[in-house]
Design a binder for this molecule. Structure first.
Ligand SMILES: *Cc1c(COP(=O)(O)O)cnc(C)c1O
Length: 388
């Protein structure tokens, strides 16, 4: 029998939907990974590290070159100064950063405020830690009064046990990039209730239309209470590398390392020099990727609209979300299970990323695929039987 900490956590929906894509030959706009690798130059860096003996354990907090490159990146892009020796840590992808942060900060019974729809590792890790999640629903309406995360919705989830708030902007799965005003609301809430913020910023460079990504750590009083996580995966199209990093005040980064040392101890030694190289020398690459992705976003969103699928235009990330009610459906899971058969395309239902029913009618499509793949999916959708 499995341990209770695993009970009730459903298997990831991506496994079911990707298996369905393979079994039916459907075009997979479900799982968000690029179908073209990142820069060749970085592959060469990794190969040369493998060939020059960088194959034994790296230091637990990461090689100094990576920690220095991360600190310089945070300073250059955001004006945030971190001591590479004590305030930066390498992790095995942002995923391990999330796990180590929650295990380090959440005691049994502590409450963690999550924004729903949430990335599925957050509730799983909160449960592993024995914590209790308290979801706040993100509005998809950029003109919502009080912002898409209004103070009243945040306050409704606070209690004397609240300890941590997990934020993710640019946001997977909705493509929302929180504005300065929206971030100020969250920051004031965190300060007033003395919450630690874990900020997942893996899509920090993938924003569109000139919309800036603003790290919450840059707002007044937030640097000292925020643990910021990012990784090489999304910015450099190497989602399989699993090299990430955490930055924050010494007490939070050292707490994270306290948990990390017992999870993986140390992360992929031969890939760390390549990640350092990317941050030091290839700053332009994620910018060009974002511009290119913006064009593919436009292609996908225009096509979905033409087919009659109401779509929210994403401000960042790999994903667009559409509402399927106009097609006569009310259940996204049912829609996504039927879609390969009806149209030869796979999408991801959002309902598993909410505690309640707020996302039951929503599905996610990725546009981090080559243009001809997106065009093929749109052709199939146009010819498929989408109406219920
Ligand atoms: C992809 C993703 C991650 C995981 O990042 P890795 O570096 O691959 O572990 C974490 N958070 C969000 C929101 C993501 O989309």
């Amino acid at each position: 029998m499995t341990a209770a900490r695993l009970h009730g956590i459903p298997p990831t929906i991506f496994a079911e939907m990707s298996a369905l894509a393979v079994a039916t030959g459907a075009v997979n706009l479900g799982q968000g990974f690029p179908d073209v690798d990142g820069p060749e130059e970085l592959i060469e860096e990794a190969v040369s590290a493998l060939r020059s003996g960088r194959n034994q354990y790296a230091p637990g907090p990461g090689i100094p070159a990576l920690r220095e490159a991360v600190a310089a990146h945070q300073e250059r892009h955001y004006g945030l100064a971190f001591d590479p020796a004590r305030e930066v840590a390498a992790t095995t992808g942002a995923t391990e950063g999330i796990a180590a942060a929650i295990l380090a900060l959440v005691d049994p019974g502590d409450e963690v405020i999550l924004v729903e729809p949430y990335y599925d590792s957050y509730p799983a890790m909160v449960q592993f830690a024995g914590g209790v999640r308290r979801p706040v629903t993100l509005s998809l309406d950029p003109t919502a009064p009080g912002g898409r995360l209004p103070r009243a919705a945040l306050e409704a989830q606070i209690s004397s046990k609240s300890k941590v708030l997990i934020l993710n902007s640019p946001h997977n799965p909705t493509g929302t990039v929180l504005t300065r005003e929206e971030l100020e609301t969250v920051a004031a809430f965190a300060r007033d209730h003395d919450l630690t913020v874990v900020s997942d910023e893996v899509y920090e460079h993938l924003t569109f239309d000139g919309i800036p990504h603003i790290p919450i750590a840059t707002l007044p009083g937030m640097r000292e209470r925020t643990l910021t996580l990012s990784s090489i995966g999304k910015s450099y199209s190497f989602t399989g590398w699993k090299i990430g990093w955490a930055t924050g005040p010494e007490h939070l980064v050292q707490a994270l390392l306290g948990a990390k040392q017992w999870l993986t101890y140390t992360s992929g030694a031969p890939l760390q020099p390549a990640a350092a190289y990317a941050l030091e020398h290839l700053d332009h690459w994620p910018q060009e990727l974002a511009l290119d992705l913006q064009g593919r976003r436009d292609l996908l969103c225009a096509g979905l609209k033409e087919i009659g699928l109401d779509v929210t235009i994403p401000e960042g990330t790999y994903f667009a979300v559409s509402d399927i009610t106009d097609l006569g459906w009310s259940d996204g899971l049912e829609f996504c299970r039927a879609l390969p058969e009806r149209a030869g395309v796979v999408a991801i239902p959002l309902q598993g990323f909410y505690d309640g029913d707020a996302g039951k009618h929503l599905v996610r499509w990725t546009f981090t695929k080559q243009r001809d793949v997106i065009e093929e999916a749109l052709d199939r959708l146009a010819q498929g039987r989408l109406a219920r």
